[in-house]
Write a protein that binds this ligand. Structure first.
Ligand SMILES: [Zn+2]
Length: 368
């Protein structure tokens, strides 16, 4: 367990993770209304066990987590998911000997951070990750509603059919362009502002959001599992081993999340589509950042293509292979069809967003 002294160490680690823009999230002017909004919202569900548990977590947050970098979202969003993952790990025989301390990451990009340690693990995650997942979950929901309206959802075979669906809901493409540009410029989805979604899309948005958050969190948990069960690989500094470790953590993330109660109820999570969606949207955001003309305050990505991280296509292929090998025969077809749909939708979106933004930049360049 960690002592009071370690609090200072944790705050030090948080200060290293802090990225430009974090001040606007962690100032007391921002926190107070957020907490009262949460309290108001949750109080409306008196008697509901999940809402009561969330209120309790909010209280714990207020009375114990007073560090400079803490935000209530971490407890409210990620604590229940982490509890589910820990339980799944125990059931699968990869339970952790060390305690996991969940704390807010002041990195406002999409990237969380795991700090495995023989004296206890620390997992930093927060609004940077959840807001990224939320905005892209909305885009995907809008795209899907467009496809349903075009009557094509059950027979998607190529990008042209998908573009027919896009035309039914052009707002989805516009949102995607704005999100990708915002992320490229500011290195975060925070501050992006309101992005309306029609109420009938809400349940699906929530399913996608939770599936993505579950995958990201379970991947970080996978780093702790690897640290305890494959220490040689987890502590190697060889770039090849680092890539192997990331692919292993992706597999562990799928194995763990499928076993959680969210994974059992949430088809996007169970099928691995949440992993696809998260990785593909991160890839899209990275490629927009790469084409922005110099002069824009670009931020280098942590989890992008690097010596220590496999490329997104490699991660996607690794995830797909794992899912194909481990899914029961009676669910295999449904899983592979859903994965194909997500992949085709996001890759089509990717190429359209890229060409719209590229054209805009070139037009601006030529008009001076
Ligand atoms: Zn990782």
């Amino acid at each position: 367990m960690f002592s009071v002294d370690d609090e200072r160490y944790i705050e030090y680690l948080q200060s290293i993770l802090a990225t430009p823009g974090y001040e606007s999230v962690f100032s007391s002017e921002q926190q107070a209304p957020l907490i009262s909004r949460y309290r108001q919202g949750l109080s409306a569900f008196k008697g509901n066990p999940s809402a009561e548990a969330a209120l309790l977590r909010l209280e714990t947050f207020e009375t114990t987590l007073t560090g400079a970098f803490e935000s209530p979202d971490t407890e409210l969003i990620f604590r229940p998911l982490l509890d589910e993952i820990s339980l799944a790990a125990d059931e699968l025989g990869v339970g952790l000997k060390q305690h996991v301390l969940l704390r807010t990451s002041p990195d406002v990009s999409l990237t969380p951070a795991a700090r495995p340690n023989s004296g206890g693990h620390i997992l930093f995650i927060g609004r940077g990750t959840s807001s990224f997942c939320n905005y892209w979950a909305k885009v995907y929901t809008k795209l899907s509603l467009g496809l349903i309206r075009s009557g094509l959802r059950d027979q998607i075979n190529d990008a042209e059919q998908i573009r027919q669906g896009f035309k039914q809901n052009p707002d989805s493409i516009l949102s995607a362009c704005k999100h990708a540009l915002h992320y490229a410029w500011f290195g975060t989805m925070l501050g992006r502002g309101k992005d309306d979604l029609e109420p009938m899309g809400e349940p699906y948005r929530f399913e996608l959001l939770r599936a993505m958050e579950m995958f990201v969190l379970a991947h970080e948990y996978g780093h702790f599992v690897a640290f305890e069960y494959s220490p040689e690989l987890a502590q190697s500094s060889d770039p090849l081993d680092c890539k192997k470790l990331e692919l292993l953590c992706d597999k562990l993330a799928l194995q763990l999340s499928r076993r959680t109660s969210t994974g059992v109820k949430n088809w996007t999570s169970f099928s691995g589509a949440g992993a696809f969606l998260f990785l593909r949207c991160a890839e899209l955001s990275d490629s927009i950042r790469a084409i922005l003309p110099s002069g824009h305050p670009r931020r280098e990505t942590h989890e992008g293509i690097s010596d220590t991280h496999p490329s997104v296509p490699d991660r996607i292929e690794n995830v797909r292979q794992y899912l194909m090998e481990t899914t029961d025969a009676d669910q295999l077809q449904a899983v592979s069809e859903y994965l194909k749909e997500v992949d085709l939708m996001i890759s089509t979106l990717h190429s359209d967003v890229l060409s719209i933004i590229r054209d805009t930049i070139e037009t601006q360049d030529s008009t001076g």
